[in-house]
Write a new protein. Structure first.
Length: 397
């Protein structure tokens, strides 16, 4: 995807919201039909039948006929694809779309090619039923057959063209790097580099706390509450923009410098799942205090570090050059002699109880990841033990 920022006028923004509402209505209607299926009834309508019903609905309702037929039909195609992905087991169950969340629609076909360059920094795109909308050009707009217009929680509009970028060619040096992802250090490399994912500043964190307390005191449905929610959304959007920018720059740098990139095979959805309550023996029917709050803070830290996005973008840019390694015991195993013990690591410091080797704990784990459990690729020194305590790496990206 190649994404750009849209700058619609107030009238155009209202038209874009109308198109989002039509796409949301058609999606939810198709989801309702699919959800009503029972074993004693026949099959639910597919895309062809739903497209015929959409034509009848457009003829019967003026407000639906006033929207773009391409937007509404594409919403049906998107739902059909989501239903197929759920049946194949590659994606979750399609969910209901709500106003103000996940707003967007897609344009396909010749209409997606109506993009004109205005100057070095500006261009415009012709959105059906809306007109020419300006977009900020940060790089040359690609020739795409479809694009998607979205609105985030901060009220910003974006357009994403569906193109597959060319992968970054390998440097040909034969260098291998291991990437250990953590909370204190977002990404530690086997070369000794420690990379931090930028987030909100200290002032912005204080500002966020003030806004959250103000939100708790605001009356539901009031204009004041809407303004506070918008201010909070802007802070979260700012942190997300910084995280995405860091991921793009880091993944590009790694893909250009190394021929092989090895990362931990982490199951992030399972790591950030809500914990099962643990009963408190001191209280009958109660649970341990602050258990959910502690797990929620851990989940926020994992998501803010961009673990999943970094691995995903590496696989996009370094096609066939990313390997996922079993992360078990990489932080407890000495990268020099192979001795594995829980006492080797204490917080961010690593000191081997067998050979006395000391290093940053995350860098030591990154060296083990880069080796893929093979001692031959470690920092071999005279007297180093050739020990394999665990199976070698598992899947290739």
């Amino acid at each position: 995807m190649s994404r750009y920022r849209l700058y619609p006028s107030p009238a155009q923004a209202a038209g874009l919201l109308t198109q989002c509402g039509h796409a949301r209505y058609v999606w939810n209607l198709a989801l309702e039909q699919w959800s009503m299926w029972k074993r004693d009834k026949g099959a639910t309508p597919g895309y062809v039948e739903q497209a015929r019903q959409l034509t009848e609905a457009r003829a019967a309702f003026d407000w639906l006929r006033g929207g773009s037929q391409t937007v509404q039909q594409q919403a049906l195609r998107d739902f059909d694809q989501a239903r197929r992905n759920f049946g194949a087991g590659s994606h979750g169950r399609p969910r209901w779309r709500k106003a103000g969340r996940r707003e967007g629609f897609r344009i396909v076909g010749p209409q997606a090619g109506r993009v004109e360059r205005l100057s070095r920094k500006w261009a415009r795109v012709n959105v059906p039923k809306v007109g020419w909308v300006r977009l900020r050009v940060t790089r040359r707009p690609p020739d795409a057959r479809s694009y998607r217009v979205t609105r985030d929680s901060a009220g910003r509009w974006h357009i994403a063209f569906a193109v597959v970028p060319e992968p970054i060619p390998p440097p040909g040096t034969g260098r291998v790097v291991g990437v250990d992802r953590g909370l204190s250090v977002a990404a530690a490399l086997s070369t000794g580099e420690l990379l931090d994912c930028p987030g909100l500043s200290e002032f912005e964190h204080r500002r966020l706390g003030q806004l959250q307390r103000r939100l708790a005191r605001a009356q539901r449905g009031s204009n004041r509450r809407q303004r506070v929610k918008a201010a909070i959304a802007k802070l979260h959007a700012r942190a997300a923009d910084r995280r995405k920018d860091w991921v793009e720059k880091t993944s590009t740098d790694l893909a250009r410098r190394f021929d092989m990139i090895r990362v931990e095979d982490l199951r992030i959805p399972q790591l950030t799942r809500r914990p099962r309550p643990k009963p408190d023996p001191a209280k009958k029917g109660g649970y341990l205090p602050n258990q959910r709050h502690a797990k929620a803070a851990l989940n926020r830290g994992i998501l803010a570090a961009g673990w999943g996005l970094l691995a995903q973008r590496l696989e996009h840019k370094a096609v066939g050059r990313v390997e996922r390694v079993n992360p078990a015991y990489t932080s407890q195993t000495c990268s020099l002699c192979g001795h594995c013990a829980p006492g080797n690591r204490k917080n961010q410091a690593f000191r081997c109880q067998s050979c006395g080797h000391s290093d940053h704990a995350d860098v030591n784990a990154a060296v083990n990841i880069a080796a893929g459990r093979a001692v031959s690729a470690r920092r071999d020194r005279p007297g180093a033990l050739s020990v394999k305590r665990e199976p070698q790496l598992t899947t290739s990206a």
